[in-house]
Write a protein that binds this ligand. Structure first.
Ligand SMILES: NC(=O)c1ccc[n+]([C@@H]2O[C@H](COP(=O)([O-])OP(=O)(O)OC[C@H]3O[C@@H](n4cnc5c(N)ncnc54)[C@H](O)[C@@H]3O)[C@@H](O)[C@H]2O)c1
Length: 253
């Protein structure tokens, strides 16, 4: 019997692919998202794999909501989750000149504070058990400043810093903390929305930037899910504090 894993942002895109991949590996799943309809559909897909699934509407940026959801896991599962995948995220195509302070705050609230909230509430059970795994879904925009992505870049740089700091503090508790930095991933709502905003601002959509990707294609949510599955497995037992690019070679540092 595999551990229980919490996957945030599980209703769509990359989070959905991670949930399905972990279900296929036999993990019991707690799926958190603000999109109730999407959650129900993904939960049903995961249950087809025969694993226990608890899906809850949770705004990860709201500490009280995350705390309530964490408490309720005790009724849903026999054992506390020992895997946390922080995938919930938002982003705007905007620079310092045309973005709003409100958008900046909301991006930091969901992407950074949301990850902080989930770690804060779920890590104590892992330290008690003396083992666990956290994977933060960052971005290659967390390694290189990109145009028209001010708040998003700030939030993803922060996630990489948090990943490294937590890895140092938690290693002695047997907990590994890593990040995945996806490149241009297709078939997600964020990608559709980013393309829509890019076109409206006279920029190229992702499909027209494929020639810049050495492996010659956009990434899939499954490409990211494969890396998450590896990082939480014993195959990666000597890896912590890493931020792994899944970019088709677009970014190499
Ligand atoms: N698509 C890409 O090209 C790409 C590239 C790099 C990184 N990422 C990252 O991957 C992650 C998933 O993005 P995606 O592309 O699958 O987009 P997506 O929009 O399909 O999925 C994001 C999910 O997060 C959920 N969410 C948003 N705000 C939330 C909140 N406050 N609380 C709980 N859930 C919330 C959404 O409802 C949605 O289901 C994000 O962190 C994103 O920054 C995506």
């Amino acid at each position: 019997m595999k551990d229980t894993a919490v996957v945030t942002g599980a209703a769509s895109g990359i989070g959905r692919a991670i949930a399905k991949r972990l279900a296929a590996e036999g993990y019991a799943l707690a799926l958190w998202d603000i999109d109730g309809d999407g959650l129900r559909a993904v939960a049903a897909e995961c249950r087809e794999r025969g694993v226990a699934v608890d899906a809850q509407r949770v705004d990860v940026g709201n500490l009280a909501a995350v705390r309530n959801a964490t408490r309720s896991l005790g009724q849903a599962f026999d054992a506390a989750p020992l895997v946390l995948v922080n995938c919930a995220g938002i982003g705007e195509v905007a620079s310092i000149l045309d973005g709003s302070p409100e958008e900046f705050d909301e991006t930091m609230r969901v992407n950074v504070r949301g990850t902080y909230n989930c770690c804060r509430e779920l890590l104590p059970a892992m330290t008690e058990q003396g083992r666990g795994n956290v994977v933060n879904i960052a971005s290659w925009f967390g390694k290189s400043g990109r145009p028209m992505s001010l708040a998003y870049c700030a939030s993803k740089f922060a996630l990489i810093g948090m990943t490294q700091s937590m890895a140092l503090d938690l290693a002695r508790h047997g907990i590994r903390v890593n990040a995945v930095c996806p490149g241009t991933i297709t078939d997600t709502r964020m990608r559709e929305e980013a393309d829509r905003q890019a076109i409206a601002k006279g920029l190229l959509p992702a499909a027209e930037r494929v020639h810049l990707i050495p492996l010659g294609r956009l990434g899939t949510p499954e490409d990211v899910a494969n890396t998450v599955a590896y990082l939480i497995s014993d195959q990666a037992s000597y890896m912590t504090g890493q931020s792994i690019n899944v970019t088709g070679g677009l970014w190499m540092n």
